[in-house]
Design a protein around this ligand. Structure first.
Ligand code: ACO
Length: 322
């Protein structure tokens, strides 16, 4: 059952007009192609774990759970503090979650749906009672600020949710759907810094940044998010009419509109904040959940459909009665 949410974003805001001074672009182009107006960007000292810990602490407070009651902290991120240990371990320490297991899971923009699926499994099998699921990214650290095709898209942020045992009232995670296609890894990746291209070689060849084939990623995102949304609805005997709020991954307003169209949902039942935050990858859905609740758009008892797509490719969906 969903117990609480929180979010944290860096204070500094980078507008499209600010970007006009960095690369050859325009506010008009960015708005028309993506729907993004501004994004939050971290200063050099902020770490992913610090941002995630802030979001996690807010979620714990919202849930009325103390950190030592957590059995697990699961973090979706591709921009962890270090290669190892996991960012989840840094967060465990910052929160003082003395009884929690901690691990990261890498599924790019689908990260929060993936970690929440595993949180749900731990809870359903009795391995855990309370799990903190976090999606957090400092994408600004791996963005090539000379590449106008990518640097305009991304932002930094973290979002968190506390999951607990299902109640008797039908509230909780009803179903999840996850899928991947590793044949298309090269369309969206940061190739350097792992075991295939050393960090030194990557720096020399500028491979230590996000590389993306935008139009191909766009097409795959539309197809896959549509598949994820329709599959989970059909499996559960539902249609878009049954859903109170669609919360799609916030990458691009055109992808969001295409996903809504696929499940025949009007845009007034779709949560959108890509204009404010840009694409924050794994953080985008939990940030959206927190904002939707605080804006009164997502209330207790509402049925929400969450849909994501990201590098890998990975994609998925979740049906949640909040
Ligand atoms: N400002 C101005 N012009 C630009 C910019 C920019 N920032 N970026 C690219 N252009 C130019 C290109 O050079 C090209 O010029 P040309 O016609 O002279 O060659 C022209 O604009 C069109 O470029 P396209 O890449 O074809 O533009 P498109 O309409 O596909 O939009 C975009 C690009 C916004 C990146 C789109 O493909 C997209 O959103 N793709 C999905 C990417 C995404 O969301 N990735 C995130 C991870 S996956 C996920 O989260 C879903």
């Amino acid at each position: 059952m969903f117990l609480g949410s929180g979010k944290a974003v860096p204070e500094r805001v980078l507008t499209n007009h600010d970007l006009e001074k960095i690369v050859d672009t325009s506010d008009e182009w960015i708005r028309e192609r993506t729907g993004i107006e501004r994004r939050h960007i971290a200063d050099d000292k902020l770490t992913t774990s610090e941002l995630c810990a802030r979001a996690g602490a807010a979620a714990l407070q919202d849930a009325g759970i103390t950190a030592d009651q957590l059995d697990a902290i699961l973090v979706g991120t591709v921009t962890g503090d270090a290669k190892f240990p996991s960012t989840a371990c840094y967060i465990q320490d910052k929160l003082g979650a003395s009884n929690a297991a901690a691990m990261d899971l890498q599924a790019a923009c689908s990260g929060f749906l993936y970690v929440s699926t595993f949180a749900d499994s731990l809870i359903r099998t009795g391995k855990a009672r309370y799990v903190l699921a976090i999606g957090g990214e400092l994408l600004s650290r791996i963005v090539d600020w000379t590449d106008r095709a990518t640097c305009i898209l991304f932002g930094d942020g973290a979002g968190a949710a506390v999951w607990g045992p299902a109640g008797d009232d039908g509230r909780g995670i009803i179903d999840t759907f996850m899928k991947s296609n590793g044949k298309l890894t090269d369309l969206l990746h940061m190739p350097g810094g792992g075991t295939s291209i050393s960090m030194q070689d990557a720096i020399n060849a500028r491979m230590n940044y996000i590389k993306m084939q935008g139009p191909e990623v766009f097409k795959a995102a539309v197809t896959s998010m549509g598949e994820a949304a329709t599959t989970i609805l059909e499996k559960n005997g539902l249609t878009g009419d049954d859903i109170d709020l669609l919360i799609p991954h916030q990458a691009n307003i055109r992808i969001i509109k295409a996903t809504a169209k696929r499940v025949k949902m009007p845009m007034d039942k779709v949560f959108v904040n890509v204009n404010e935050f840009g694409n924050t990858s794994a953080a985008s859905i939990p940030i959206a959940i927190d904002e939707a609740r605080k804006a009164g758009r997502l209330k207790e008892g509402d049925l929400a459909l969450l849909v994501a797509f990201g590098g890998g490719f990975t994609w998925g969906s979740m049906l949640v009665r909040f």
